[in-house]
Design a protein around this ligand. Structure first.
Ligand code: SF4
Length: 507
C-alpha cells in the first residue's frame, strides 16, 4: 500500500507548474514545426516562426512561454489503496504547490486569479486557487495532470445542447469563426460530447490533456466514429482559412481531441474548449517513492526555426510618428517599433473611463497624445530583465473603450492581439487611427524588444498598471488600417478561397 507524503504532492505540483511554464509539450512543438513547414501564407508563417522561436528561447531561458501563465487546472486520480501522510486536504496541498510555483523567485509567474469575480475582483497574488477535479479509482498510486490554461483561449469556450439528430461537425464549423483569434491559434480543440451540461465541459477540458496525434491517426485511418469525427472537424476547421493568429492560412488547429460519455436519450450536449499557442500541461504519478521528476526535453527536438524580422519591414520611430504617416500603413504590413509606448488593459481602461465620466482628466504623468497604447499585463522581471514576458492581450475586451480613448486622449493607435469588433473598427476609421497586433504566444520574444519599463499610473493594479515601455524594433503587424480595413476579415477570406484550390498538406 503506497503512502503519499504531503511534501511530495506539494513539491511535484510546484515543479510541474514551473516545468510547463517554460517547456511546451514536444507533441505540440513537433506538430507546429510541421505546420510551419507546410504553411504558405507569409503572415501566418511569420507568426508561427515567432511562436517556435519564442518556445525555444523559453526552454533555454526557463522563462514563461506567455505573459498569461494561466489558471491552474488539476485532475487527480487517487487510488483507493493509497494512504496519506498529510495534515492538509488534497485541495490544500495542490494549492500550496500552485502558490510555490507562481512565487518562485528564479522564475516568478504571473498571478492572474481574482477572487470575488462578480464584485471587487481582487487578485489573490499567488494564482490560487486552482480548479481541481478528483476521482477515486482502483489502485495504489496518485496520477496528477496539471494544466495552466490561458484566459484568452478559455474565454472562447462554448457549449450547446443539440438535438440528437443535429450534426456536431456543422455546429463546430459554424462556431469556430465566431471565436475570432483571441484564442491564439494554431492550437487544439477539445470537444466533450454527452453526459450532462457540466460533464461535457469537463470532458472537453480533459480531452485537451491528450497528446497531439492527428498525423498518426490520418496515417493509420479512423477506427471508430469519434476518430472519424476528429478528422472531419480537423479538416473542415482548417478549410476555414483562419490560420495562425487569425491572419489567414492553412493551419488553424493542429488536432481535435474528443471525449464522450453516455447521455439522456433526449439530449446531445456538446462542449468546445480551444487550447492556444501556450499549450501547457504535464502528467505525473506518485507511488510513495518520493516526488515526481519530469524529464527535461532535449532542445534538439525543437524545429530549426529562427525568427528574424523581414528585411523590408518598415521601421517606425515612435517619437516622431504622425497621424499622416499612420494613415499610409497598409493592412498586413510588418512594422518594427522603436521608442516609448504606454501600456494599459482592462482595469486601467475602466479607471480611465470612470475618471472621464466624473469630469476628471488622466492621472498625472499619463499623456497619450501622439502615442500608442499596448494592451499587455507583463510578468514581473527577474535576473536583470527590463520586464518579464510581455505579449499582447486580447484587444476585443477594450473595444468598448476605444472610441472614448481615441476621442479624448489623442492616441494614434493601439497594439494588441486578435481582431477588433465593428464598434472599435468604426472608431479607428473615424479617428484615422490604427490597430497593430503582436503575436500571442510569443511573449518572451516580444519582451526582448523592451529595453526599459516603469510604472506611470495605477501601481495598485499590479500587472494591469499603466507602464511606459521603451522598445527597440518591436515586431507588429498592421491589423486595422486608418480606413478601417481589417486583416482578420481579409486574410481568412483570401485563404478560405485559396484552400479550395491549393493542395493542403497540414500536419
Ligand atoms: S497564447 Fe494567447 S490565449 Fe494562450 S495564454 Fe498566451 S495570450 Fe493567452
Amino acid at each position: 500500500m503506497a503512502t503519499i507524503k504531503q511534501a511530495d504532492l506539494i513539491d511535484s505540483v510546484a515543479d510541474a507548474l514551473q516545468f510547463i511554464s517554460y517547456y511546451h509539450p514536444l507533441d505540440y512543438i513537433e506538430a507546429l514545426g510541421a505546420a510551419y513547414a507546410a504553411e504558405q501564407s507569409p503572415a501566418a508563417r511569420d507568426a508561427i516562426a515567432q511562436i517556435l522561436t519564442n518556445s525555444r528561447m523559453c526552454a533555454e531561458g526557463k522563462r514563461p512561454i506567455c505573459q498569461d501563465t494561466g489558471i491552474v487546472v488539476a485532475f487527480l486520480k487517487i487510488g483507493m489503496d493509497v494512504r496519506w501522510d498529510a495534515t492538509m486536504s488534497v485541495a490544500d496541498m495542490v494549492n500550496e504547490g500552485v502558490r510555490r510555483a507562481y512565487t518562485l523567485p528564479e522564475n516568478v509567474l504571473r498571478a492572474s486569479i481574482v477572487a470575488d469575480p462578480a464584485g471587487a475582483r481582487r487578485n489573490t497574488r499567488d494564482n490560487t486557487p486552482a480548479v481541481i477535479h478528483m476521482e477515486v479509482v482502483p489502485g495504489g498510486s496518485v496520477e496528477v495532470t496539471v494544466a495552466a490554461k490561458g484566459g484568452g483561449s478559455e474565454n472562447k469556450s462554448k457549449f450547446t445542447m443539440l438535438n440528437p439528430s443535429d450534426s456536431i461537425v456543422d455546429w463546430v464549423v459554424k462556431t469556430v469563426p465566431g471565436l475570432g483569434a483571441g484564442w491564439c491559434p494554431p492550437g487544439m480543440l477539445g470537444i466533450g460530447i454527452g453526459g450532462s451540461a457540466e460533464k461535457a465541459m469537463v470532458l472537453a477540458k480533459e480531452a485537451l490533456m491528450e497528446p497531439i496525434d492527428m498525423h498518426a491517426l490520418k496515417a493509420r485511418g479512423p477506427k471508430n466514429r469519434l476518430e472519424e469525427l476528429r478528422i472531419e472537424i480537423h479538416d473542415q476547421v482548417n478549410a476555414l482559412g483562419i490560420g495562425a493568429q487569425g491572419l489567414g492560412g492553412l493551419t488553424t488547429v493542429l488536432d481535435v481531441k474528443i471525449r464522450d460519455y453516455p447521455t439522456h436519450a433526449a439530449s446531445l450536449p456538446v462542449a468546445l474548449i480551444p487550447n492556444c499557442a501556450a499549450t501547457r500541461h504535464a502528467r505525473f504519478v506518485l507511488d510513495g517513492r518520493g516526488p515526481a521528476h519530469l524529464q527535461a526535453p532535449s532542445l534538439d527536438r525543437w524545429p530549426k526555426v529562427e525568427w528574424a524580422p523581414a528585411p523590408d519591414a518598415r521601421r517606425v520611430d515612435l517619437a516622431r510618428v504622425t497621424r499622416e504617416e499612420v494613415a499610409t500603413w497598409k493592412p498586413g504590413e510588418t512594422l518594427l517599433l522603436s521608442g516609448k509606448l504606454l501600456t494599459g488593459r482592462d482595469a486601467a481602461h475602466k479607471r480611465i473611463a470612470d475618471l472621464f465620466a466624473r469630469g476628471e482628466g488622466l492621472p498625472e504623468g499619463v499623456d497619450f497624445r501622439n502615442r500608442f497604447i499596448y494592451y499587455v499585463g507583463p510578468v514581473d522581471p527577474v535576473r536583470g530583465e527590463a520586464v518579464g514576458p510581455a505579449g499582447p492581450t486580447t484587444a476585443t475586451r477594450m473595444d468598448k473603450f476605444t472610441d472614448l480613448m481615441l476621442e479624448k486622449t489623442g492616441l494614434l493607435g493601439m497594439v494588441g492581439k486578435a481582431e477588433r469588433g465593428p464598434s472599435a473598427i468604426e472608431a479607428i476609421r473615424k479617428h484615422r487611427a490604427v490597430y497593430l497586433i503582436a503575436v500571442g504566444g510569443a511573449a518572451y520574444l516580444v519582451s526582448k524588444a523592451i529595453k526599459a519599463a516603469r510604472v506611470v499610473a495605477f501601481p495598485d493594479l499590479g500587472m494591469e498598471a499603466i507602464y511606459e515601455f521603451e522598445v527597440k524594433d518591436m515586431p507588429v503587424t498592421v491589423a486595422v488600417d486608418a480606413n478601417g480595413t481589417s486583416v482578420h476579415s481579409t486574410g481568412p477570406a483570401e485563404w478560405r478561397a485559396k484552400i479550395g484550390r491549393i493542395p493542403v498538406t497540414v500536419a
